[in-house]
Design a binder for this molecule. Structure first.
Ligand SMILES: Nc1ncnc2c1ncn2[C@@H]1O[C@H](COP(=O)(O)OP(=O)(O)OP(=O)(O)O)[C@@H](O)[C@H]1O
Ligand SMILES: [Mg+2]
Length: 458
């Protein structure tokens, strides 16, 4: 049922409109003044507002302006006394859908109401459509064909509008900074700074002053007051890259900053309130850093409330071809045609295991572009390292297959016995040929070891 707000300071008109629209299946809310209408608008949304222009207090034009601000897509019909049509035309310029002159004919009013509601419906459909489109192409700069990367994008969408700390995990070159930037770009802080800082790049005292600032004379060389990144990012986002390399003393400081939302410049006694969102990234296993005593456990808990893990490129081969196209397009700009990618070259790139992930892929494409001839990317223009690695991969697989060949048709027992012998010899030689030590390491008796490895196989 369409929701209609009817505004008139004349009770008789209000009552007529109320009865008429209710009879035609509209959900009607009457208001006796512009002020009353505005209060209702602030509490509820309506599909249509019908308002008198001339009213005591807030008049129809003022109400229209306020209503347009609150609901740009709501349809508005103005009621105007005969002879004040000019004002009604002004109202349409201000965004009213139409006007009806008083006294009105019932049919005429109902038709206008219907058209207005249709218009409103179309508009809101259009908005929904636009939002859907925007959603689908939201992360146009992030290639995400694989289920793994789609999940990453969903997470970005989900966490971006919140103000929580997010930890981005992934091997080097997987796109951790890209993801952090996207979180910032889709948050309410997007108009403010996104400031990255690499915790591994600076020695401890410099990192501290870089993050929190310092006052003049705080240490040798501190010749003036300096604002730290936490202050510089005011209202924005700070991105702590390689958090696993942050010195312990700074970790303690950081924890306090996150809890109290204020910082103290190095050498100062004064607390400065800060308003930043903190994102962090690492390619280390944080649990291992805790074990090694390189990461405070309380900081870890603080950071790992929400984490986004980016899978390595070799685990999402669906992304490789789209990434190649994406990088080619970015390198060549919109005007130039993309070079042709030879099927062998494509296959090699799809089979390679990309230890440097997307960054390595980018470098590979740049390399290929520099050497490409006649608009073609063939395997000859790929870095030799990659072509060789893939070729070896082939022979390695072949070798494995060949080594399996000798067991074809033999029992599992025969296979296990052979492997067991291989392992035992390995341990014995690791212990410098000392079988007693080897047996101990293997947690078996020396007798068992001798039984399993007859003298001649030593
Ligand atoms: N899914 C993706 N779509 C498009 N470009 C990507 C994607 N992932 C990474 N990139 C690009 O790869 C490069 C490396 O990404 P980024 O610097 O974010 O990785 P990182 O994980 O922070 O690397 P490092 O661990 O080395 O700091 C950037 O140029 C980035 O734009
Ligand atoms: Mg990075």
């Amino acid at each position: 049922m369409p929701r209609v707000l009817v505004v008139d300071d004349e009770p008789s008109i209000l009552s007529v409109l109320n009865t008429l629209l209710k009879a035609h299946n509209h959900d009607v809310t009457p208001a006796r003044s512009g002020e009353a209408a505005l209060t209702l608008l602030q509490q509820n949304s309506f599909d249509l507002m019908i308002s008198d222009i001339r009213m005591g207090g807030m008049n129809g034009m003022q109400l229209l302006a306020q209503a347009r601000k609150l609901y740009p897509n709501m349809a508005v019909i103005m009621l105007t006394a005969y002879g004040t049509v000019e004002t009604a035309v002004d109202a349409m310029k201000e965004g009213a859908f139409d006007y009806v002159t008083k006294p009105f004919k019932v049919d005429e009013l109902l038709i206008t109401v219907q058209r207005a509601l249709q218009y409103h419906h179309l508009l809101s459909e259009n908005v929904a459509l636009k939002e859907e489109l925007a959603g689908r192409y939201r992360f146009e700069h992030i290639v995400a064909e694989s289920p793994g990367m789609r999940k990453v994008c969903e997470m970005i969408e989900r966490v971006a509008p919140t103000d929580t700390t997010v930890l981005v995990l992934g091997e080097s070159g997987t796109g951790k900074e890209l993801v952090a930037k996207a979180i910032h770009a889709y948050s309410a802080r997007k108009m403010k700074n996104f400031l990255p800082i690499n915790c591994a790049a600076l020695p401890e005292p410099l990192l501290e002053s870089e993050m929190f600032g310092h006052v003049k004379g705080a240490f040798t060389g501190a010749t003036a007051n300096k604002e730290g990144l936490f202050e510089a990012a005011a209202g924005g986002t700070i991105f702590l890259d390689e958090i696993g390399s942050m010195p312990m003393s700074i970790q303690a400081n950081l924890l306090r900053v996150l809890q109290d939302k204020e910082i103290r410049r190095v050498g100062s006694n004064e607390n400065v309130p800060i308003n930043v969102r903190v994102l962090a990234a690492t390619n280390d296993r944080l649990e291992r850093l805790i074990e090694q005593g390189k990461l405070r456990e309380d900081l870890y808990y603080r950071f790992s409330v929400i984490s986004i893990e980016i899978p390595p490129l070799r685990e999402r081969t669906e992304d490789i071809l789209p990434l190649i196209q994406h990088v080619l397009r970015r390198e060549l700009g919109d005007k130039q045609p993309l070079p042709q990618l030879d099927p062998e070259a494509q296959l090699i790139m799809e089979q390679y295991n990309w230890p440097g992930n997307v960054r390595e892929l980018e470098n590979t494409i740049r390399h290929a572009l520099a050497f490409a001839k006649e608009g073609r990317i063939t395997q000859n223009v790929l870095p030799a390292k990659i072509v060789e690695a893939v070729a070896n991969l082939g022979t390695h697989a072949e070798r494995r297959a060949a080594s399996m060949d000798e067991f074809r048709g033999k029992s599992l027992k025969a296979f296990l016995r052979k492997k067991e012998k291989e392992y035992l010899s390995l341990v014995i030689s690791a212990k410098g040929g000392d079988k007693e030590k080897a047996a101990k390491a293997l947690k078996i008796s020396l007798a068992t070891l001798y039984r399993k490895i007859p003298e001649e196989t030593e």
